[in-house]
Ligand binder design. Structure first.
Ligand SMILES: [Zn+2]
Length: 375
């Protein structure tokens, strides 16, 4: 069994469910077990280990390989340690079937943790470590909920020339991803008796027309925008709630929508664009956000380390993905970031999450090649 597979099996067996998705006091919650285990493992391999407290009982885990000379560059390997809840505790028991290793977190992102830390530990054993580049592995907490780990890491003022954020990209180097906004719309009408609708203003009817504009004209308008790696932005209405009973004209209606952003788009630009379109149709609504926006991310392809990673991976063109991740947080905190990791996002969060062992071993090799190529 290869080192990354062994490490991944051990990681799957240590539950690290994001506490946001479990009842208080659930024994499977939190990243501590994984962080402590990684500290022991990395310490034994000769890396300098450290825990940075972020929330009570929840710390980012750091392991450093210092260069033989003075540090002039820094590369960060940054997967997250938390997972979504297992469907049952059986998912905490790693099971191999041919090329597939099943278990919660197998691809999202304990596979990346195993590949990245294995590559760093293998490099630490070699005589020729980079002369001037420090390599820092950071296992982040809370990616699946509020990204408290990457936010704290970026806010700490940590400087680096490149972060490779671990997510299942099928070992493709991803240099751009979309952002996300959870939009909330509210229409106000005037209540009246259902027998005299002429005396009221129907907030549900207003919202129904707004939903129609969003799903048809606005969606069409978005299909006209295009990004080289990400395609077009999207809108999807996800919920609608209004009125109380048949014989009262509804005075209020609330709807929510998921809007995925391209690099360059902002919350303000989206609000303005939607309001302008609705005004043209004579429709009125307030727009807000149901949670903090996830900003889109795009790495500068001219950065030497991005070029070097693409070259060492023999990847001719960078890729883009639709989902938001820690890369956005680190990039907006000043650390140029790309996304890379074994496994496929199609298996993430599923009831039979798995990873290809071939993909896991290949990711380790690719990372090791790149780290070896650093000066
Ligand atoms: Zn996930």
């Amino acid at each position: 069994m290869t080192q990354p597979e062994k490490l991944l099996r051990e990681l799957i067996a240590l539950p690290s469910v994001n506490p946001a998705f479990l009842p208080a006091g659930d024994a499977r919650a939190g990243e501590k077990r994984v962080a402590d285990f990684l500290a022991t493992t990395a310490g034994r391999a000769g890396l300098d280990v450290d825990l940075h407290k972020v929330l009570p009982g929840r710390s980012n885990f750091l392991a450093r390989l210092t260069p033989s000379g003075t540090t002039t560059k820094r590369v960060v390997l940054a997967p997250h340690m938390d997972t979504v809840p297992p469907v049952s505790n059986e998912q905490l028991n790693p099971i191999r079937d041919n090329d597939r290793l099943f278990g919660r977190g197998a691809c999202d992102t304990k596979g990346s943790v195993a590949a990245m830390l294995s590559a760093l530990m293998l490099l630490a054993r070699e005589k020729n470590r980079p002369k001037n580049t420090e390599i820092v592995f950071v296992g982040l907490i809370d990616e699946e909920n509020a990204q408290a780990g990457s936010r704290a890491f970026a806010a700490s003022g940590f400087k680096a020339d490149l972060a490779i954020v671990g997510e299942p990209t099928r070992n493709q180097i991803v240099t751009a991803h979309k952002g996300s906004l959870w939009l909330q719309f509210e229409t106000r009408g005037k209540a009246a008796h259902g027998a005299r609708p002429d005396l009221g203003v129907n907030a549900v009817h207003e919202m129904a027309r707004i939903v129609d504009v969003l799903q048809s004209d606005y969606a069409k308008m978005l299909r006209g925008k295009k990004h080289r790696l990400l395609g077009h932005p999207t809108i999807s209405v996800g919920s609608i709630n209004g009125g109380t009973q048949p014989n009262i004209v509804p005075a209020k209606c609330v709807a929510s929508a998921d809007r995925r952003l391209l690099p360059g788009e902002t919350q303000a630009s989206v609000f303005a664009e939607i309001q302008a379109l609705l005004r043209k149709r004579g429709l009125q609504t307030t727009i807000g956000c149901a949670k903090n926006p996830g900003l889109p991310m795009e790495a500068n392809l001219r950065l030497p380390l991005v070029q070097q990673f693409l070259k060492s991976a023999k990847q001719a063109k960078p890729a883009g993905v639709d989902y938001f991740c820690d890369a956005s947080v680190l990039a907006h905190g000043g650390i140029p970031s790309v996304v890379f990791g074994p496994g496929d996002i199609a298996q993430a969060h599923t009831s039979n999450e798995w990873i290809s062992i071939r993909s896991l071993n290949q990711a380790t090799e690719m990372l090791l090649n790149f780290l070896r190529s650093l000066a």
